[in-house]
Write a protein that binds this ligand. Structure first.
Ligand code: SF4
Ligand code: SF4
Length: 249
């Protein structure tokens, strides 16, 4: 069987998800052996920027017209497109104030030059093109990336948790920061997959992985309210990275 041809791309973002891939040091040779990586500019300038691909992995959000054109080009080239990281899946930090007056923001930061910048309100990839698969995380978890690659090579769809971070906290037997210390922890509404990294270190979850499909939103909001945390406060915190559950599809 021929190896699947793969491209790995970055739009506007911090490149952290591509770095996670490059940091798979123990598995990197296996990955390079199993996949025909044709276009990965961050790893090699020796690339084929025009070939057809079986799988395109794209990190970053769409923040410029140039991003939009690049993403549409990638989509045309690839059979499957996987969004990589919270920016690509949800819009990320850059989408936090995407409804704000953009020309005013650009003027405040860049003065008269602001009007000339190629800058549009941040969008997740699926708001621009069809996306087939998502790996969320800020950045993505290496284990989820590796298991997704292994699944795809076996012809299976990757499976990720849809339950909230709190479930991982329970598995780790962490003391609950929300219940025991009344700290504003976004774990009840945030999708698991990070092994409850922050609460495991005594730090409240800030929701960097985006919303959990299986979160019991009504119950979580009632719990926050019981701790005198108004809905607006938890919503503002969650919207740093992604929409509140129910904000947008
Ligand atoms: S510490 Fe946070 S993530 Fe952990 S169980 Fe409590 S609310 Fe959930
Ligand atoms: S605990 Fe929350 S903030 Fe920390 S890595 Fe996991 S999802 Fe992100």
């Amino acid at each position: 069987m021929s190896k699947p041809s793969v491209g790995i791309f970055g739009l506007t973002g911090c490149a952290g998800d591509q770095l996670v891939i490059l940091n798979c040091e123990d598995q990197l040779l296996d990955i390079a052996g199993a996949l025909n990586i044709r276009d990965f500019l961050m790893a090699s300038s020796d690339r084929d920027a025009g070939c057809d691909l079986d799988l395109a992995l794209v990190e970053g959000a769409v923040l410029t017209k140039r991003d939009e054109a690049a993403l549409k080009r990638i989509r045309r080239r690839s059979k499957l497109l996987m969004a990589l990281g919270t920016c690509a899946v949800w819009g990320g930090v850059a989408a936090m104030d995407r409804d704000a007056d953009r020309s005013k923001l650009l003027g405040e930061i860049y003065g008269d030059l602001g009007a000339g910048y190629d800058s549009v309100p941040a969008r997740a990839l699926r708001e621009v093109v069809q996306v087939d698969l998502n790996i969320t995380g800020c950045p993505i978890e290496k284990e989820q990336f590796l298991s997704a690659v292994a699944n795809l090579l076996n012809g299976d769809p990757p499976l990720f948790p849809s339950y909230p971070v709190c479930a991982e906290c329970k598995m780790r037997e962490n003391n609950c920061l929300l219940i025991e210390k009344s700290e504003l922890c976004c774990g009840p509404l945030t999708v698991a997959g990070c092994d409850a990294r922050c609460p495991g270190l005594g730090v409240p979850c800030v929701g960097c992985r985006g919303p959990a499909d299986d979160a019991n939103v009504a119950s979580a909001l009632a719990m926050f309210q019981g701790k005198s945390v108004p809905r607006e406060k938890i919503a503002a915190k969650l919207r740093t990275f992604a929409p509140m559950p129910g904000d947008r599809s």
